[in-house]
Design a protein around this ligand. Structure first.
Ligand SMILES: [Zn+2]
Length: 452
Protein backbone atom coordinates (compact mmCIF):
# COMPACT_ATOMS: atom_id res chain seq x y z
CA UNK A 1 0.00 0.00 0.00
CA UNK A 2 1.38 3.41 -0.88
CA UNK A 3 2.36 5.31 2.21
CA UNK A 4 2.76 2.31 4.48
CA UNK A 5 6.04 2.12 6.27
CA UNK A 6 7.55 -0.55 8.42
CA UNK A 7 6.82 0.22 12.05
CA UNK A 8 9.53 0.19 14.65
CA UNK A 9 9.33 -3.49 15.33
CA UNK A 10 12.61 -3.52 17.21
CA UNK A 11 10.52 -1.89 19.92
CA UNK A 12 13.54 -0.58 21.73
CA UNK A 13 14.60 2.85 22.80
CA UNK A 14 16.68 1.64 25.75
CA UNK A 15 20.11 0.00 25.79
CA UNK A 16 20.60 -2.51 22.98
CA UNK A 17 23.27 -3.58 20.54
CA UNK A 18 23.70 -4.76 16.94
CA UNK A 19 26.43 -7.23 15.99
CA UNK A 20 27.97 -7.32 12.53
CA UNK A 21 30.86 -5.89 10.52
CA UNK A 22 31.10 -2.15 11.30
CA UNK A 23 32.60 0.59 9.13
CA UNK A 24 32.57 4.31 9.83
CA UNK A 25 34.71 7.35 9.15
CA UNK A 26 36.37 9.75 11.57
CA UNK A 27 37.93 11.86 8.83
CA UNK A 28 38.36 12.16 5.08
CA UNK A 29 40.49 9.27 3.72
CA UNK A 30 42.12 11.65 1.23
CA UNK A 31 43.55 13.62 4.18
CA UNK A 32 44.01 11.02 6.89
CA UNK A 33 44.56 7.73 5.00
CA UNK A 34 44.26 4.65 7.21
CA UNK A 35 43.48 6.79 10.26
CA UNK A 36 40.34 8.10 8.58
CA UNK A 37 38.18 5.10 9.38
CA UNK A 38 37.48 2.29 11.81
CA UNK A 39 36.52 -1.18 10.66
CA UNK A 40 35.54 -4.09 12.91
CA UNK A 41 35.00 -7.38 11.12
CA UNK A 42 33.13 -8.74 14.16
CA UNK A 43 31.82 -5.51 15.60
CA UNK A 44 29.23 -4.38 18.09
CA UNK A 45 27.28 -1.15 17.85
CA UNK A 46 25.83 -0.22 21.24
CA UNK A 47 22.89 2.19 21.29
CA UNK A 48 20.94 3.80 24.12
CA UNK A 49 18.11 6.31 23.94
CA UNK A 50 18.54 6.56 20.17
CA UNK A 51 22.20 7.58 20.41
CA UNK A 52 25.48 5.74 19.91
CA UNK A 53 27.18 4.51 23.08
CA UNK A 54 30.10 2.76 21.40
CA UNK A 55 31.33 0.97 18.30
CA UNK A 56 34.05 -1.63 18.70
CA UNK A 57 35.11 -5.27 18.66
CA UNK A 58 32.21 -7.52 19.61
CA UNK A 59 33.85 -9.92 22.07
CA UNK A 60 35.23 -7.16 24.31
CA UNK A 61 32.09 -5.01 24.03
CA UNK A 62 29.77 -7.95 24.81
CA UNK A 63 31.72 -8.70 27.97
CA UNK A 64 31.07 -5.16 29.19
CA UNK A 65 27.32 -5.11 28.45
CA UNK A 66 24.93 -5.58 31.39
CA UNK A 67 23.46 -9.09 31.50
CA UNK A 68 20.27 -9.43 29.47
CA UNK A 69 21.01 -6.50 27.10
CA UNK A 70 19.24 -7.29 23.83
CA UNK A 71 21.65 -7.97 20.96
CA UNK A 72 20.46 -8.10 17.35
CA UNK A 73 22.70 -10.50 15.44
CA UNK A 74 23.58 -9.30 11.94
CA UNK A 75 26.77 -11.33 11.57
CA UNK A 76 27.76 -11.48 7.90
CA UNK A 77 26.25 -8.06 7.19
CA UNK A 78 28.03 -4.71 6.92
CA UNK A 79 26.73 -1.89 9.13
CA UNK A 80 27.50 1.69 8.06
CA UNK A 81 26.11 5.10 9.04
CA UNK A 82 22.96 6.12 7.16
CA UNK A 83 23.56 7.66 3.75
CA UNK A 84 23.18 11.42 3.34
CA UNK A 85 21.60 12.83 0.15
CA UNK A 86 22.51 16.50 -0.20
CA UNK A 87 20.24 17.25 -3.17
CA UNK A 88 16.86 15.79 -4.13
CA UNK A 89 13.38 16.95 -5.23
CA UNK A 90 10.53 14.99 -3.67
CA UNK A 91 7.86 16.35 -6.10
CA UNK A 92 9.79 14.87 -9.02
CA UNK A 93 9.32 11.29 -7.83
CA UNK A 94 6.68 10.56 -10.46
CA UNK A 95 8.67 11.93 -13.41
CA UNK A 96 12.01 10.25 -12.74
CA UNK A 97 13.33 8.73 -15.99
CA UNK A 98 11.68 11.21 -18.39
CA UNK A 99 13.18 10.89 -21.85
CA UNK A 100 15.25 13.00 -24.08
CA UNK A 101 16.00 16.54 -22.91
CA UNK A 102 18.67 18.72 -21.34
CA UNK A 103 18.01 20.93 -18.35
CA UNK A 104 15.91 23.88 -19.56
CA UNK A 105 13.68 21.88 -21.92
CA UNK A 106 13.38 19.09 -19.33
CA UNK A 107 12.08 21.59 -16.76
CA UNK A 108 9.41 22.96 -19.13
CA UNK A 109 8.32 19.66 -20.56
CA UNK A 110 8.30 17.36 -17.52
CA UNK A 111 9.16 19.07 -14.23
CA UNK A 112 6.81 22.05 -14.12
CA UNK A 113 3.70 20.02 -15.02
CA UNK A 114 4.61 17.45 -12.32
CA UNK A 115 5.15 20.18 -9.71
CA UNK A 116 1.84 21.86 -10.62
CA UNK A 117 -0.03 18.94 -9.04
CA UNK A 118 1.33 19.88 -5.60
CA UNK A 119 -1.22 22.68 -5.34
CA UNK A 120 -3.32 19.76 -4.07
CA UNK A 121 -2.15 19.05 -0.50
CA UNK A 122 -3.46 15.47 -0.58
CA UNK A 123 -1.25 14.75 -3.60
CA UNK A 124 1.75 16.15 -1.70
CA UNK A 125 1.05 13.93 1.29
CA UNK A 126 0.76 10.80 -0.82
CA UNK A 127 3.99 11.47 -2.72
CA UNK A 128 5.87 12.43 0.47
CA UNK A 129 5.01 9.07 2.04
CA UNK A 130 6.24 7.11 -0.97
CA UNK A 131 9.34 9.30 -1.30
CA UNK A 132 10.44 8.81 2.32
CA UNK A 133 9.85 5.07 2.09
CA UNK A 134 11.99 4.99 -1.03
CA UNK A 135 14.80 6.94 0.68
CA UNK A 136 14.82 4.47 3.58
CA UNK A 137 14.69 1.53 1.16
CA UNK A 138 17.92 2.85 -0.34
CA UNK A 139 19.55 3.43 3.06
CA UNK A 140 19.30 7.22 3.00
CA UNK A 141 18.51 8.59 6.45
CA UNK A 142 19.06 12.33 5.93
CA UNK A 143 18.34 14.43 2.85
CA UNK A 144 18.24 18.06 1.75
CA UNK A 145 14.95 18.22 -0.12
CA UNK A 146 13.14 20.61 -2.47
CA UNK A 147 9.37 20.85 -2.20
CA UNK A 148 7.46 22.95 -4.78
CA UNK A 149 6.42 26.60 -4.79
CA UNK A 150 3.28 25.64 -2.82
CA UNK A 151 3.77 26.00 0.97
CA UNK A 152 1.46 23.04 1.58
CA UNK A 153 3.94 20.79 -0.28
CA UNK A 154 6.52 21.61 2.39
CA UNK A 155 4.04 21.01 5.22
CA UNK A 156 3.22 17.61 3.70
CA UNK A 157 6.87 16.63 3.51
CA UNK A 158 7.79 17.74 7.03
CA UNK A 159 4.77 16.02 8.56
CA UNK A 160 5.69 12.71 6.90
CA UNK A 161 9.36 13.05 7.91
CA UNK A 162 8.42 13.84 11.50
CA UNK A 163 6.18 10.76 11.68
CA UNK A 164 9.18 8.60 10.74
CA UNK A 165 11.59 10.33 13.12
CA UNK A 166 13.94 11.14 10.24
CA UNK A 167 16.48 13.97 10.21
CA UNK A 168 15.47 15.97 7.12
CA UNK A 169 15.97 19.46 5.72
CA UNK A 170 13.51 20.94 3.22
CA UNK A 171 12.03 24.13 1.87
CA UNK A 172 9.42 25.73 -0.34
CA UNK A 173 10.72 26.69 -3.77
CA UNK A 174 10.96 30.42 -4.53
CA UNK A 175 10.37 31.44 -8.15
CA UNK A 176 8.74 34.66 -9.23
CA UNK A 177 9.70 34.90 -12.91
CA UNK A 178 10.70 32.93 -16.02
CA UNK A 179 8.46 30.02 -15.09
CA UNK A 180 4.82 29.11 -15.79
CA UNK A 181 2.20 31.35 -14.19
CA UNK A 182 0.82 28.36 -12.24
CA UNK A 183 4.11 27.92 -10.36
CA UNK A 184 4.88 31.54 -9.64
CA UNK A 185 5.04 33.26 -6.26
CA UNK A 186 6.04 36.88 -5.68
CA UNK A 187 9.08 38.15 -3.84
CA UNK A 188 6.84 39.20 -0.95
CA UNK A 189 4.61 36.10 -0.82
CA UNK A 190 7.64 33.79 -1.09
CA UNK A 191 9.27 35.62 1.81
CA UNK A 192 6.13 35.53 3.98
CA UNK A 193 5.38 31.86 3.21
CA UNK A 194 8.99 30.84 3.94
CA UNK A 195 8.95 32.77 7.21
CA UNK A 196 5.75 31.02 8.31
CA UNK A 197 7.21 27.60 7.38
CA UNK A 198 10.39 28.35 9.33
CA UNK A 199 8.29 29.23 12.38
CA UNK A 200 6.26 26.04 11.95
CA UNK A 201 9.02 23.51 11.27
CA UNK A 202 12.62 24.68 11.76
CA UNK A 203 14.11 22.98 14.81
CA UNK A 204 11.00 20.87 15.39
CA UNK A 205 11.88 17.21 16.09
CA UNK A 206 14.77 16.44 13.68
CA UNK A 207 13.68 18.89 10.98
CA UNK A 208 15.41 21.98 9.60
CA UNK A 209 14.34 24.54 7.04
CA UNK A 210 16.14 25.50 3.82
CA UNK A 211 15.40 28.76 2.01
CA UNK A 212 15.04 27.45 -1.57
CA UNK A 213 15.30 29.73 -4.59
CA UNK A 214 15.05 27.22 -7.47
CA UNK A 215 17.85 28.91 -9.45
CA UNK A 216 18.78 32.52 -10.11
CA UNK A 217 17.08 32.75 -13.55
CA UNK A 218 13.70 32.02 -11.93
CA UNK A 219 14.03 34.69 -9.22
CA UNK A 220 13.93 38.48 -9.43
CA UNK A 221 16.69 40.43 -7.71
CA UNK A 222 14.13 41.42 -5.07
CA UNK A 223 13.37 37.76 -4.36
CA UNK A 224 17.06 36.89 -3.98
CA UNK A 225 17.49 39.88 -1.67
CA UNK A 226 14.61 38.66 0.52
CA UNK A 227 16.11 35.14 0.54
CA UNK A 228 19.24 36.69 2.06
CA UNK A 229 17.09 38.52 4.58
CA UNK A 230 15.45 35.24 5.65
CA UNK A 231 18.91 33.78 6.32
CA UNK A 232 19.95 36.85 8.31
CA UNK A 233 16.77 36.75 10.37
CA UNK A 234 16.96 33.01 11.12
CA UNK A 235 20.46 31.80 12.03
CA UNK A 236 20.81 28.04 11.49
CA UNK A 237 18.43 27.97 8.53
CA UNK A 238 19.89 26.52 5.30
CA UNK A 239 20.03 27.81 1.74
CA UNK A 240 19.72 25.40 -1.18
CA UNK A 241 19.77 26.19 -4.87
CA UNK A 242 21.33 25.20 -8.20
CA UNK A 243 24.37 26.73 -9.89
CA UNK A 244 26.29 26.16 -13.12
CA UNK A 245 24.64 22.89 -14.07
CA UNK A 246 24.23 23.41 -17.82
CA UNK A 247 25.96 25.71 -20.33
CA UNK A 248 22.70 27.23 -21.66
CA UNK A 249 21.61 27.91 -18.09
CA UNK A 250 24.94 29.63 -17.33
CA UNK A 251 24.57 31.82 -20.45
CA UNK A 252 20.99 32.68 -19.45
CA UNK A 253 22.09 33.72 -15.93
CA UNK A 254 24.77 35.96 -17.47
CA UNK A 255 22.12 37.62 -19.67
CA UNK A 256 19.69 38.17 -16.80
CA UNK A 257 22.32 39.54 -14.39
CA UNK A 258 24.69 41.44 -16.71
CA UNK A 259 26.49 43.03 -13.78
CA UNK A 260 27.64 39.65 -12.39
CA UNK A 261 31.19 38.31 -12.63
CA UNK A 262 29.88 34.75 -12.69
CA UNK A 263 26.70 32.76 -11.98
CA UNK A 264 27.84 32.16 -8.39
CA UNK A 265 28.50 35.89 -8.05
CA UNK A 266 24.75 36.51 -8.53
CA UNK A 267 24.02 34.58 -5.34
CA UNK A 268 27.00 36.11 -3.58
CA UNK A 269 25.71 39.62 -4.29
CA UNK A 270 22.62 38.82 -2.20
CA UNK A 271 24.49 37.20 0.71
CA UNK A 272 23.60 33.65 -0.23
CA UNK A 273 27.11 32.16 -0.26
CA UNK A 274 27.78 31.26 3.37
CA UNK A 275 27.92 28.31 5.78
CA UNK A 276 24.85 26.03 5.36
CA UNK A 277 24.44 27.11 1.71
CA UNK A 278 24.33 24.03 -0.51
CA UNK A 279 24.77 24.47 -4.26
CA UNK A 280 23.77 21.63 -6.53
CA UNK A 281 25.97 20.68 -9.49
CA UNK A 282 28.75 23.34 -9.56
CA UNK A 283 30.01 21.97 -12.88
CA UNK A 284 30.77 25.07 -14.97
CA UNK A 285 32.50 27.11 -12.26
CA UNK A 286 35.94 28.70 -12.33
CA UNK A 287 38.59 28.66 -9.63
CA UNK A 288 37.55 32.09 -8.34
CA UNK A 289 34.08 30.66 -7.66
CA UNK A 290 35.53 27.59 -5.96
CA UNK A 291 37.86 29.70 -3.84
CA UNK A 292 34.92 31.85 -2.79
CA UNK A 293 32.85 28.80 -1.81
CA UNK A 294 35.75 27.30 0.13
CA UNK A 295 36.40 30.54 2.02
CA UNK A 296 32.69 31.07 2.73
CA UNK A 297 32.10 27.52 4.03
CA UNK A 298 29.43 26.85 1.39
CA UNK A 299 28.96 23.32 0.07
CA UNK A 300 28.64 21.61 -3.30
CA UNK A 301 26.22 18.77 -3.99
CA UNK A 302 27.78 16.40 -6.54
CA UNK A 303 24.94 14.67 -8.41
CA UNK A 304 26.51 12.18 -10.81
CA UNK A 305 23.46 10.25 -12.04
CA UNK A 306 21.70 13.52 -12.85
CA UNK A 307 24.71 15.13 -14.50
CA UNK A 308 25.12 12.15 -16.80
CA UNK A 309 21.38 11.76 -17.45
CA UNK A 310 20.88 15.41 -18.52
CA UNK A 311 24.25 15.52 -20.26
CA UNK A 312 25.22 18.47 -18.05
CA UNK A 313 28.94 17.78 -17.63
CA UNK A 314 31.57 16.31 -15.30
CA UNK A 315 31.93 17.55 -11.72
CA UNK A 316 35.55 18.41 -10.86
CA UNK A 317 35.96 16.91 -7.41
CA UNK A 318 39.72 17.41 -7.29
CA UNK A 319 39.32 21.14 -7.95
CA UNK A 320 36.73 21.40 -5.18
CA UNK A 321 39.14 19.64 -2.83
CA UNK A 322 42.02 21.94 -3.79
CA UNK A 323 39.89 24.89 -2.71
CA UNK A 324 38.77 23.26 0.52
CA UNK A 325 35.09 23.18 -0.47
CA UNK A 326 32.74 20.88 1.43
CA UNK A 327 31.26 18.32 -0.99
CA UNK A 328 28.29 16.01 -0.47
CA UNK A 329 26.67 13.44 -2.74
CA UNK A 330 23.22 14.07 -4.22
CA UNK A 331 20.85 11.95 -6.25
CA UNK A 332 18.94 14.92 -7.71
CA UNK A 333 15.90 12.76 -8.36
CA UNK A 334 13.99 13.30 -10.75
CA UNK A 335 16.91 14.20 -13.05
CA UNK A 336 18.91 11.66 -11.08
CA UNK A 337 18.05 8.12 -12.05
CA UNK A 338 18.07 6.36 -8.67
CA UNK A 339 17.25 7.02 -5.02
CA UNK A 340 20.14 4.71 -4.09
CA UNK A 341 23.39 6.39 -3.05
CA UNK A 342 25.17 3.15 -3.97
CA UNK A 343 24.05 3.84 -7.57
CA UNK A 344 25.26 7.44 -7.18
CA UNK A 345 28.70 6.16 -6.11
CA UNK A 346 28.85 3.91 -9.17
CA UNK A 347 28.29 6.91 -11.46
CA UNK A 348 30.53 9.15 -9.32
CA UNK A 349 33.39 6.74 -9.94
CA UNK A 350 32.75 6.85 -13.70
CA UNK A 351 32.52 10.66 -13.72
CA UNK A 352 35.91 10.71 -11.98
CA UNK A 353 37.32 8.32 -14.58
CA UNK A 354 36.12 10.51 -17.45
CA UNK A 355 37.67 13.53 -15.73
CA UNK A 356 41.00 11.73 -15.26
CA UNK A 357 40.48 11.53 -11.48
CA UNK A 358 40.11 8.80 -8.88
CA UNK A 359 37.37 8.01 -6.39
CA UNK A 360 38.64 5.32 -4.04
CA UNK A 361 36.11 3.02 -2.33
CA UNK A 362 36.98 4.53 1.05
CA UNK A 363 36.57 8.09 -0.24
CA UNK A 364 33.28 7.05 -1.83
CA UNK A 365 31.77 5.68 1.38
CA UNK A 366 33.08 8.71 3.27
CA UNK A 367 31.41 10.99 0.70
CA UNK A 368 28.05 9.22 1.13
CA UNK A 369 28.16 9.36 4.96
CA UNK A 370 30.40 11.70 6.99
CA UNK A 371 31.23 13.84 3.93
CA UNK A 372 27.56 14.57 3.37
CA UNK A 373 27.01 15.25 7.07
CA UNK A 374 29.90 17.70 7.01
CA UNK A 375 28.54 19.44 3.89
CA UNK A 376 25.30 19.97 5.85
CA UNK A 377 27.06 21.02 9.08
CA UNK A 378 25.47 18.01 10.77
CA UNK A 379 28.66 16.09 11.52
CA UNK A 380 28.20 16.82 15.23
CA UNK A 381 24.96 14.76 15.10
CA UNK A 382 25.18 12.18 12.32
CA UNK A 383 27.63 10.68 9.82
CA UNK A 384 29.58 8.23 11.99
CA UNK A 385 29.45 6.03 15.10
CA UNK A 386 31.22 8.23 17.62
CA UNK A 387 29.61 8.21 21.08
CA UNK A 388 26.64 10.55 21.38
CA UNK A 389 25.81 10.63 17.67
CA UNK A 390 22.26 9.89 16.57
CA UNK A 391 21.98 6.17 15.79
CA UNK A 392 20.98 6.29 12.11
CA UNK A 393 22.52 3.34 10.31
CA UNK A 394 22.15 0.85 7.50
CA UNK A 395 22.58 -2.92 7.48
CA UNK A 396 24.00 -3.93 4.11
CA UNK A 397 23.73 -7.48 2.77
CA UNK A 398 26.89 -8.10 0.73
CA UNK A 399 25.34 -11.24 -0.77
CA UNK A 400 22.04 -9.61 -1.75
CA UNK A 401 22.12 -10.82 -5.35
CA UNK A 402 23.66 -13.90 -6.93
CA UNK A 403 26.25 -11.77 -8.73
CA UNK A 404 27.19 -9.85 -5.55
CA UNK A 405 27.48 -13.08 -3.58
CA UNK A 406 29.73 -14.56 -6.26
CA UNK A 407 31.87 -11.42 -6.61
CA UNK A 408 32.34 -11.13 -2.83
CA UNK A 409 34.02 -14.56 -2.79
CA UNK A 410 36.74 -13.00 -4.94
CA UNK A 411 37.01 -9.77 -2.93
CA UNK A 412 39.74 -10.40 -0.37
CA UNK A 413 39.98 -7.05 1.39
CA UNK A 414 37.65 -4.38 2.73
CA UNK A 415 38.30 -2.01 -0.17
CA UNK A 416 37.58 -4.75 -2.73
CA UNK A 417 34.27 -5.45 -0.99
CA UNK A 418 33.30 -1.78 -0.79
CA UNK A 419 34.14 -1.28 -4.45
CA UNK A 420 32.07 -4.29 -5.51
CA UNK A 421 29.16 -2.90 -3.46
CA UNK A 422 29.35 0.55 -5.02
CA UNK A 423 29.56 -0.91 -8.52
CA UNK A 424 26.99 -3.69 -8.20
CA UNK A 425 24.60 -3.03 -5.31
CA UNK A 426 21.39 -1.02 -5.00
CA UNK A 427 18.36 -0.99 -2.69
CA UNK A 428 18.24 -4.81 -2.82
CA UNK A 429 21.40 -4.82 -0.69
CA UNK A 430 19.86 -2.61 2.01
CA UNK A 431 18.62 -5.25 4.43
CA UNK A 432 17.55 -2.74 7.10
CA UNK A 433 17.55 0.99 7.78
CA UNK A 434 17.48 2.21 11.39
CA UNK A 435 16.68 5.70 12.67
CA UNK A 436 17.58 6.76 16.21
CA UNK A 437 18.33 3.14 17.08
CA UNK A 438 14.95 1.85 15.85
CA UNK A 439 14.36 -0.22 12.72
CA UNK A 440 12.33 1.74 10.16
CA UNK A 441 12.85 -0.31 7.01
CA UNK A 442 13.37 -4.02 6.55
CA UNK A 443 13.89 -5.55 3.12
CA UNK A 444 12.82 -9.04 4.13
CA UNK A 445 12.61 -11.33 7.12
CA UNK A 446 15.85 -11.52 9.04
CA UNK A 447 16.48 -13.53 12.20
CA UNK A 448 14.97 -12.00 15.36
CA UNK A 449 17.06 -10.53 18.14
CA UNK A 450 18.83 -12.94 20.45
CA UNK A 451 20.28 -12.30 23.89
CA UNK A 452 23.85 -13.42 23.16
ZN1 LIG B 1 18.01 19.67 -8.61
Amino acid sequence: MAGAHVPDDSGRTGLHAIRGALLHFIDDPADAGERAYEYFDDGLLVVDGGHIVSAGEAPAALARLPAGTPVVDRTGKLIVPGFVDTHIHYPQTDMIAAYGEQLLEWLERYTYPAERQFADAAHGREVAEFFLDELLRGGTTTALVYATVHPESTDAFFAAAQARGARMIAGKVLMDRNCPEFLRDTAESGYADSKALIARWHGKARLSYAVTPRFAPASSERQLELAGRLLDEHPGVYLQTHVAENRSEVAWAAELFPWSRSYLDVYDRFGLVRPRSVYAHCIHLDDADRARMGAAGAAMAFCPTSNLFLGSGLFDRDAARRHGVRVGLGTDVGAGTSFSQLRSLDEAYKVAQLAGQRLSPLSAFHLATLGGARALYLDDRIGNFLPGKEADFVVIDPAATPLLARRMKHAPGLQDKLFALMMLADDRAIAETWLMGAKRHARAELPPACAC
